[in-house]
Write a protein that binds this ligand. Structure first.
Ligand code: PLP
Length: 386
C-alpha cells in the first residue's frame, strides 16, 4: 500500500479546511450569529451556482421538504406519491402536512422512482409527486413532468443527495423540472453547512415559504421592526450566518469537490465492472450526478452470504460502510402500523434494499485508500463466492 500502512478507511469525512474555520470565526466575532447578511450572500451565491430563480436557506433538508409541501398548499386528505428507498425524512414531510404518502416502486438500474409505477398510483386524491434523486443521480424528470402535467400534479424534488447534479445539462434547482427543489447540507452531503437545507423555486413561491420558515411573520418595510405581524402559522426553521459561513467556503470549492467524488466513483466502477458478484451503479445519458455515494449492489445469487454478513465482514476488515436504505421506509414499524404496508408491496425496492452496500466516498479520500477498499472487497468476494 505504498508504505502508507492503512489500517482502515472511514465511510465519510467532511472536507473542512481553514477557509470554513476563518469564515465561522469572522461571523462569531461580528456580533451577529443568526440569519443575516452572510445568509443573504449564501442564498445569492447558491442562486448563481444553480441558475435558480430564488433560493431560501433553512435549518435542514427535512424542514425544507415540510415547507415545500406547505408552500404548495398540501393538506389532509391529499395523496403524495413518493419512493420508499429513501431516508424517513422524505416521508415524514408528507405526514407533517397531514397528507398520505403513497409509495411507487423504483427503477432497478438507477434505484430512482419509476415513472411507470407512479402512473399506476395516481388517484383523484393525488396532488403531488415527491421523487428522490437517489445517490445524487437525477430521476427521469421528463417522464415525471409529463405525468404531473397530465394529472395537474405538483412536483417537489427531494434533492438532498444531489447538490451539483444536472439533468440534460441543466442543474437541479434551476427552473423547469420540479416546482420546488430541496437540498440538504447535512455533513456527508456534496456540500455541507453542518446542518442545513436549501429550497429553490419561483420567486413568488419562495417569498411565501420564507414567511412560513420564520414563524409566519412579516415585518414592516422600514422602521419599527418590533411591530411585526404574524400572518400565518409558521415555523422556526431559519438558517444562521454561522451555517452560511461554512456554506460559502464549501460552495467556492464545490466544483473541485464534485470532480474528486466523480473520480473516486469512476475508479470503483472500473475496478468492479467485470466482477459477476457485484452490480455497479449505472449513469443514464440524461444524468450528470453529484456522486453523493457509491451504491454498489451485491449479486446475492453469486455469493453464499447476505448483504449484512458481507457488510459486517467488510467493517471487520477496516472499511466503513453504509446502506441506503434498509429497511425501506414502508417496512419501518411506524409505517407498517399506520399505513398497513408489508413485505412484498414494493418488490424492486425491497430487492435493492437487500443488496445495496455504499462504500466510502469523500473528496479527501486518497488514492491509496480507494485501493485499500477495492482490495478488501475482492478479498471478501473470494471467501464468499459460491
Ligand atoms: C433523501 C433524503 N431526504 C431528506 C433528508 C433530510 O435532510 P436533513 O438531514 O438535512 O434534514 C435526507 C438526509 O439524509 C435524505 O437522505
Amino acid at each position: 500500500m505504498g508504505g502508507l500502512n492503512i489500517k482502515g478507511v472511514p465511510f465519510f469525512k467532511p472536507s473542512i479546511r481553514d477557509e470554513e474555520i476563518e469564515g465561522v470565526t469572522e461571523v462569531l466575532k461580528s456580533g451577529w450569529l443568526t440569519k443575516g447578511k452572510v445568509t443573504e450572500e449564501f442564498e445569492k451565491e447558491c442562486m448563481k451556482f444553480l441558475s435558480a430563480s430564488a433560493c431560501l436557506a433553512v435549518s435542514s433538508g427535512t424542514a425544507g421538504l415540510h415547507l415545500a409541501l406547505l408552500g404548495l398548499g398540501l393538506r389532509p386528505g391529499d395523496e403524495v406519491i413518493t419512493t420508499s428507498l429513501t431516508h424517513v425524512a422524505t416521508v415524514q414531510s408528507i405526514l407533517y402536512v397531514g397528507a398520505k404518502p403513497v409509495f411507487a416502486d423504483i427503477e432497478p438500474e438507477t434505484m430512482n422512482i419509476s415513472p411507470d409505477e407512479v402512473l399506476k398510483k395516481v388517484t383523484p386524491k393525488t396532488k403531488a409527486i415527491l421523487p428522490v434523486h437517489f445517490a445524487g443521480h437525477p430521476c427521469d424528470m421528463d417522464a415525471l413532468r409529463e405525468i404531473a402535467q397530465k394529472y395537474g400534479l405538483s412536483i417537489v424534488e427531494d434533492a438532498a443527495h444531489a447538490f451539483g447534479a444536472s439533468y440534460k445539462g441543466k442543474p437541479l434547482g434551476s427552473n423547469g423540472f420540479g416546482d420546488i427543489t430541496v437540498f440538504s447540507f447535512y455533513p456527508n452531503k456534496p456540500i455541507t453547512t453542518g446542518e442545513g437545507g436549501l429550497i429553490c423555486g419561483e420567486k413568488e413561491r419562495i417569498d411565501k415559504i420564507r414567511v412560513l420558515s420564520h414563524h409566519g411573520i412579516v415585518y414592516p418595510s422600514r422602521g419599527r421592526l418590533w411591530r411585526y405581524d404574524a400572518v400565518e402559522l409558521g415555523y422556526k426553521y431559519n438558517f444562521t450566518d454561522i451555517q452560511a459561513a461554512i456554506g460559502l467556503a464549501q460552495l467556492r470549492k464545490s466544483e473541485k469537490l464534485l470532480l474528486r467524488r466523480k473520480r473516486i466513483f469512476e475508479r470503483y466502477n472500473e475496478a468492479f465492472k467485470h466482477e459477476e458478484a457485484l452490480i455497479t451503479p449505472v449513469i443514464k445519458d440524461y444524468a450528470s450526478p453529484s456522486y453523493y455515494i457509491y451504491p454498489l449492489r451485491l449479486n446475492l445469487r453469486a455469493l453464499k452470504c447476505s448483504r449484512d454478513e458481507f457488510a459486517f465482514a467488510l467493517e471487520q476488515e477496516g472499511v466503513g460502510i453504509s446502506v441506503h436504505y434498509s429497511p425501506p421506509v414502508h417496512l419501518h414499524s411506524y409505517y407498517r402500523r399506520t399505513l398497513g404496508l408489508r413485505e412484498g408491496d414494493l418488490p424492486v425496492t425491497e430487492e435493492a434494499s437487500r443488496s445495496e452496500l455504499s462504500l466510502p466516498l469523500y473528496p479527501d479520500m486518497r488514492d491509496e485508500e480507494i485501493d485499500f477498499v477495492v482490495e478488501r472487497v475482492f478479498k471478501l468476494i473470494k471467501s464468499f463466492k459460491r
